[in-house]
Ligand binder design. Structure first.
Ligand SMILES: C[C@@]1(CC(=O)O)c2cc3[nH]c(cc4nc(cc5[nH]c(cc(n2)[C@H]1CCC(=O)O)[C@@](C)(CC(=O)O)[C@@H]5CCC(=O)O)C(CC(=O)O)=C4CCC(=O)O)c(CCC(=O)O)c3CC(=O)O
Ligand SMILES: NC(=O)C1=CN([C@@H]2O[C@H](COP(=O)(O)OP(=O)(O)OC[C@H]3O[C@@H](n4cnc5c(N)ncnc54)[C@H](O)[C@@H]3O)[C@@H](O)[C@H]2O)C=CC1
Length: 210
């Protein structure tokens, strides 16, 4: 089965994770970062999930799975270590829009790729089930190449793009400036400052509008 690489809006969507182990914990982190409302159903939690539950970052139902737990869920993550339970959750999930079957990912319609996030920048890696270990190694390589300096740099590019869209530059000049922003090294703060001042001048309502 083929999977599409998509970005999905999950703000305030109800996500229910069945199981409270290592995999559940990784999924919880990703879903929380995306603004979903996460509930974990499991008699036990990893220590990291326990802290999240104590801090009310996730809701914890300390119990074994029952079908009513996934009523109204937008996402279900099936992540217990018991195959029979995982099968029962799957059978109960037919009306849930997005289902991740962590033990047998091809069965569900949602997969979580290996990913890194640098502010607005997201990079995801999937090998389509060939080798999670290769995905993991590639993720580590990408972490080195796209280090934390990209957070500010990508924010800067975002601000520039908003100015450029609103600016009085011709469409050719807009394209040229967008290209220049990625071709030259604008990770230096001083260089960013000069560009932003120039863009402000070129933008209606900017500080130095002529
Ligand atoms: C579909 C997907 C996600 C999903 O949607 O569930 C998935 C699925 C499965 N993984 C399995 C096993 C392992 N996964 C890892 C590790 C990682 N797995 C990750 C991603 C993905 N794994 C997604 C796309 C992957 C792709 O297609 O490339 C990483 C990259 C990112 C992350 O998980 O955040 C993370 C790196 C950790 C990090 O860098 O932090 C290890 C290695 C280890 O832990 O050392 C093993 C054991 C070795 C092995 O089995 O190879 C199994 C069999 C389970 C079983 O046997 O019961 C399935 C199910 C199946 O294959 O059907
Ligand atoms: N997709 C991926 O990247 C990977 C998936 N897996 C798969 O993920 C699943 C979980 O693996 P781990 O997190 O390592 O297991 P784990 O052993 O760390 O955690 C299992 C959790 O399930 C809970 N649980 C057991 N029975 C339950 C029930 N009836 N109702 C609710 N919760 C219940 C346990 O309390 C525990 O918290 C396995 O099926 C494994 O094959 C494993 C490695 C990677």
């Amino acid at each position: 089965m083929a999977f599409a690489p998509l970005m999905v809006q999950l703000e305030n969507r109800r996500a229910v994770i069945i199981g409270g182990g290592k995999v559940a914990c990784k999924r919880a982190r990703t879903l929380i970062e995306s603004g979903a409302q996460v509930t974990v159903v499991s008699p036990h939690l990893t220590s990291e999930l326990s802290v999240m539950a104590e801090d009310s970052v996730v809701a914890w139902k300390k119990k074994l799975f029952q079908p009513k737990d996934i009523k109204d869920a937008y996402i279900v993550v099936i992540a217990t270590n018991n195959e029979l339970v995982n099968e029962q959750v799957w059978q109960s999930s037919s009306r849930v829009p997005l289902v991740n079957v962590t033990g047998e990912a091809e069965r569900g319609n949602l997969q979580f790729p290996g990913h890194i996030k640098r502010g607005r920048l997201s990079i995801a890696v999937s090998t389509g089930g060939a080798s999670p270990k290769l995905a993991s190694r590639m993720k580590e390589e990408l972490e080195q190449k796209y280090d934390h300096t990209y957070e500010d740099y990508v924010d800067f590019l975002y601000t520039c793009r908003l100015y450029i869209k609103r600016s009085r530059l011709s469409s050719e000049e807009k394209q040229e400036t967008l290209k220049q922003l990625v071709e030259e090294d604008y990770r230096e703060e001083a260089k960013q400052h000069i560009m932003l001042e120039w863009l402000k001048q070129k933008t209606e309502g900017g500080d130095d509008d002529e």
